[in-house]
Design a protein around this ligand. Structure first.
Ligand SMILES: [Zn+2]
Length: 278
């Protein structure tokens, strides 16, 4: 519970290191604290943003840093990416390996190479005892096959911004999977994603902003934000609105959802510890 006894909100996935958020960081941190968003799981995506993720973790105690090589940035990696990643992951306070995964939605996806890099990072996570934050677009069958092959995952994994097939969630859950809901899926045309979450066991659900991406529909957006170019972007403090939207869709009270999500979050990320307990 927060000081005013409202729910506590935990963002399971965002990119606070994104250059579009940088000019607003102090305001964003103040707004997150005002709205009782008490943990920010910040996912690195490539070698060049890992140092920035680490700096954010030093600057803000709420940041739970994750480091990984995202499939969109494979081509940018240096020959030393793997030892460099292992170095960042070995720092005290690291929450997870991520954001990593498989993506056949991008052009020239080079899926074989993606799979090699993904498997290498899954093995790093296993070696370090860390959970994994996974991105997947249009590669669900291949993802399940790789995860089955690399199992077990005693530290668990998160399928972030899950919009995969409803019929595969049992398979992922049985391997140790959690599923995070992002505000973009509050769009009425995305009702099938909400339906998938309605069928999930409540003890596998987390909630995320993926800020500055995955904007909420305007009717749910509590904190509008614009990049310096005037582009509308997702403010991390929209997280409580996503909780409210999902609670409404599931037909439960926000406080009930928030309590369950806190338990789930602690189970998946909690052991990594950042000094102060949830
Ligand atoms: Zn992301």
């Amino acid at each position: 519970m927060s000081p005013d006894s409202g729910p506590v909100y935990l963002d399971a996935h965002l990119h606070l290191q994104d250059a579009r958020l940088r000019p607003h960081l102090d305001d964003i941190a103040a707004e997150l604290r005002r709205r009782a968003v008490s943990r920010w799981v910040v996912a690195g995506t490539r070698e060049t943003d890992w140092p920035e993720v680490a700096r954010l973790a030093e600057r803000f105690p709420e940041v739970m840093p994750c480091y990984g090589l995202h499939p969109w940035y494979l081509a940018d990696r240096t020959p030393d990416w793997e030892p460099a990643l292992a170095d960042f992951l070995s720092r005290p306070g690291t929450a997870a390996v991520g954001e990593i995964g498989l993506d056949k939605w991008i052009r020239d996806h080079r899926i074989e190479e993606q799979e090699t890099v993904f498997r290498a990072q899954l093995r790093l996570a296993a070696r370090l005892g860390l959970p994994v934050v996974i991105h997947c677009l249009r590669a669900w069958g291949r993802l399940l096959a790789v995860l089955r092959d690399e199992a077990p995952f005693p530290a668990g994994f998160l399928l972030h911004s899950y919009a995969g097939p409803a019929e595969m969630t049992d398979d992922f859950a049985s391997l140790g999977g959690y599923f995070s809901f992002s505000g973009y899926f509050l769009h009425p045309r995305k009702a099938d994603v909400v339906e998938t979450f309605r069928r999930l066991p409540l003890d596998r659900i987390l909630i995320e902003t993926d800020a500055p991406d995955m904007r909420l529909p305007e009717e749910w957006e509590a904190c509008p934000l614009f990049s310096i170019d005037g582009e509308p972007i997702n403010h991390p403090a929209n997280l409580p609105a996503i909780y409210a939207g999902l609670a409404a869709a599931l037909g439960i009270e926000v406080t009930v959802l928030a309590g369950q999500v806190a338990t789930n979050f602690h189970r998946l990320f909690g052991f990594a510890g950042i000094g102060n307990p949830l």
